[in-house]
Design a protein around this ligand. Structure first.
Ligand code: LLP
Length: 442
């Protein structure tokens, strides 16, 4: 029998998570203990069912309230070819922030007309690539870029569709590293300084730009619906004002991404339906009030789609018990594959994946293997009694862990598997020692 605590923890794991009679965790019908035996650890395991379910949930919750919605997945949360193919099949668009993300999308034959190119300092080469490859929208972030995109489009004799990124001046109270909606931000045209209006006038008169709409993004994760409503209010009122002044038509509107996922037991977050309700009700209500034709709504979930679908699996090595102080459980990964705890103070739960039926009687700290004292994945959490060789599963590792991973300490980036219907396929092999010197020229 599962304890009540373990059953609640299981809810943080992918939707297919189960525990068998040996106390082994199963994801997508696969015994994760067996997967670690076969593929080694650290191992990142994605659940295809959860991934597709989340794509469909975001689409359904928004389109049933507002049919003219396009869900674009924020690739920065994690993109590789396997995921790009799934998002393509699910009919999503893509938000990319670099030539690299764009090239991954292209290599999976992702329809580039549904790609939105973000970023506060896209390089000339990246923009050339985007224009040459027919990227759907450039989300223009600043005056330098406004001129640059117009010039590059002119040289190519094309008319490039763009959105303007607006900084509404709304604090969504995320970690300060991920807060982007305040005026003192490197992203976007500030609303309150008049720069957003100047940019809009310039964009409307640029010969080779087709200004389709406005975008903002407040931060990530935003675990409250209110900041979205406050910002929508400001940006739509601005759109109405510039419609009256300059005849601007808001054809597309994006309140960005930032939808939170639940990482730990006592921190629930709004469901996709609640974000959808808050955003759509404000959008429709206000469009009517200020006389705007309801625009196409673009939403950009990243974490909300991949977060819960991914699990990190580690093997326990050293266990260090300091009497009356702390018990450290050391695993074979850490800040190399998941820098989020060290960088943002992110919190995680964990489960002993081969002892899921045992009561969680110990309070332990999960440490990584990297040469940094800050290399701690979870501090003072409850676990079943752990011995070397046990497998630790950390839920909600699908977003931002792999893309922020590094080769620190010349570590090897992990294997990634995709589980579905009792089969697991390799979607990225583990790096090898040869990979570490592959780019060296002497
Ligand atoms: N749209 C824009 C313009 C963004 O900048 C971001 C995230 C998103 C959408 C997607 O946000 P999401 O739905 O995934 O929350 N590395 C941090 C998160 C940085 C997010 C950057 N921008 C972390 O590990 O928490």
């Amino acid at each position: 029998m599962l304890t009540r605590e373990t059953s609640s923890k299981l809810n943080l794991f992918p939707l297919t998570a189960q525990v068998d009679e040996h106390g082994h965790l199963h994801i997508g019908g696969c015994d994760v203990v067996e997967l670690v035996k076969e593929y080694g650890s650290p191992l990142y395991l994605f659940d295809e069912f959860t991934l597709r379910h989340k794509c469909r949930e975001f689409k359904a919750e928004f389109t049933k309230r507002y049919s003219n919605t396009l869900v674009i997945y924020a690739a920065k949360a994690f993109l590789n070819r396997a995921l790009a193919l799934i998002f393509k099949e699910e009919g999503l668009g893509l938000d990319v922030v670099s030539g690299g993300e764009l090239s991954i999308a292209r290599s999976a034959a992702f329809p580039l007309g549904k790609v939105y190119f973000h970023g506060n300092n896209k390089t000339v080469d990246e923009l050339k690539l985007a224009l040459d490859w027919g990227v759907g929208r450039i989300v223009v972030d600043n005056f330098y870029e406004l001129e640059l995109v117009n010039r590059l489009a002119m040289e190519r004799n094309i008319n490039q569709d763009i959105l303007l990124r607006i900084t509404p001046g709304v604090d969504a109270h995320t970690h300060r590293y991920t807060t982007t909606g305040i005026i003192d931000s490197k992203f976007g045209f500030p609303l309150t300084t008049g720069q957003a209006e100047t940019a809009l006038i310039q964009a409307m008169s640029a010969a080779n730009l087709n200004l389709l709409g406005l975008h903002f993004h407040l931060g990530s994760p935003v675990s409250d619906i209110l900041p979205y409503q406050v910002a929508i209010d400001l940006v739509l009122r601005f759109a109405a004002e510039v419609k009256a002044k300059y005849g601007f038509q808001l054809a597309e509107f994006s309140p960005g991404g930032g939808f939170a996922v639940q990482y730990i037991l006592d921190s629930p977050v709004p469901a996709a339906a609640e974000y959808a309700e808050a955003i759509v009700s404000k959008l429709t209500g206000l469009s009517g009030e200020v006389g705007l034709t309801p625009p196409c709504l673009i939403i950009e979930p990243g974490r909300g789609i991949v977060g819960q679908a991914g699990v990190a699996l580690y093997t326990v090595g050293a266990v260090k018990d300091i009497p009356q102080i702390r018990k450290y459980i050391c695993v074979d990964g850490g800040i190399g594959d998941n820098v989020r705890a060290a960088f943002y103070g992110a919190k995680y739960e964990a489960l002993v994946a081969n002892k899921a039926l045992q009561a969680e009687t110990e309070r332990v700290t999960i440490a990584g293997k990297f040469c940094e004292s800050g290399d701690i994945l979870a501090r003072d959490i409850k676990l079943a009694s752990v011995l070397p060789g046990d497998i630790i599963a950390i839920p909600v590792c699908g977003a931002y862990c792999i893309p922020m991973s590094s080769n620190y300490n010349a570590s090897l980036r992990p294997t990634i598997l995709m589980a579905n219907q009792s089969k697991a396929r390799l979607i990225r092999r583990r790096e090898s020692y040869e990979d570490l010197t592959r780019l060296d020229l002497v």
